[in-house]
Design a protein. Structure first.
Length: 258
């Protein structure tokens, strides 16, 4: 009886393995779909991003930028339009290389995609195309309600050491769009939470209307309660018109505000 019982359990485990593998493969495909909906491989993309930084106990700061992306070549350019003190600063991403241009010194300095953007809670990597399916392995998946959205919640671990966060949790709604993410350190410390409640739909493409980043570690105690730093990015004037090739160059950043 013990041998028969053990044999039956073994058969059930073996039969169950394909189901487990299929679930993981389905979740990985879902991650690929989420990438594809907000990546624009057959067209250029441009928009205006208004970035509002809220630090507890301090006044809000607002940065307005123009952004140009060419996802097929892993390139983007960001030009700071406001405030006046930062006007003309720019970023140029070409493949894995990211440059920061300072109009005062007229110099380019290499920077990292993992660095904070203009000292906000956004990172430079938040402005490029989504490559979650390339950068992460799906570890677990579960169904969960997030406000009005029915979501698949995926736990991710990095497949490369070049990502900004080694672990993530991501909420993907039934339409394949990312609605929430939690970013973790390697030790499991929650570092940042983001939310994307609404998207523009332009043809078959999607563009976030706004993205909110809450820093889980940085903030201040106000009236006895810890208030987190927050950055809200509002995206306006999205366009898929072709961008002139010369925009994706150092020369463009050097001359754009002359």
């Amino acid at each position: 009886m013990r041998l028969r019982y053990g044999f039956c359990i073994g058969v059930l485990l073996i039969i169950g393995l394909p189901g487990i593998a299929s679930a993981t493969e389905a979740d990985q495909r879902l991650l690929e779909r989420a990438d594809n909906l907000v990546s624009y491989m057959n067209t250029d993309f441009s928009a205006e991003y208004t970035i509002v930084q809220e630090k507890p106990g301090q006044s809000r700061t607002t940065t307005v930028t123009a952004i140009f992306r060419r996802d097929s070549q892993e390139m983007y350019v960001i030009v700071v339009l406001q405030p006046a003190v930062s006007k003309g600063q720019g970023y140029l991403k070409q493949g894995k290389t990211l440059w920061l241009y300072d109009p005062e010194s007229r110099r380019f300095n290499s920077t990292s995609s993992q660095d904070r953007f203009q000292n906000t809670n956004a990172r430079n990597s938040d402005f490029t195309r989504s490559t979650l399916a390339q950068d992460y392995h799906v570890i677990t998946g579960a169904n969960e309600k997030l406000g009005r959205f029915s979501c698949r919640v995926l736990t991710l671990e990095a497949a490369t050491n070049e990502v900004t966060y080694p672990r993530m949790k991501i909420w993907i709604s039934d339409d394949g769009l990312v609605r929430k993410t939690e970013d973790y350190s390697l030790s499991g410390q929650l570092l940042r939470t983001s939310a994307i409640p609404d998207y523009y739909k332009i043809g078959q493409r999607y563009v976030p209307k706004s993205i909110r980043f809450d820093d889980e570690l940085r903030g201040a105690v106000i009236n006895g309660s810890f208030v987190k730093e927050r950055t809200v990015i509002t995206i306006s004037r999205p366009s898929f018109e072709k961008v002139v090739d010369s925009v994706f160059s150092k020369t463009f950043l050097e001359t754009v505000n002359r």
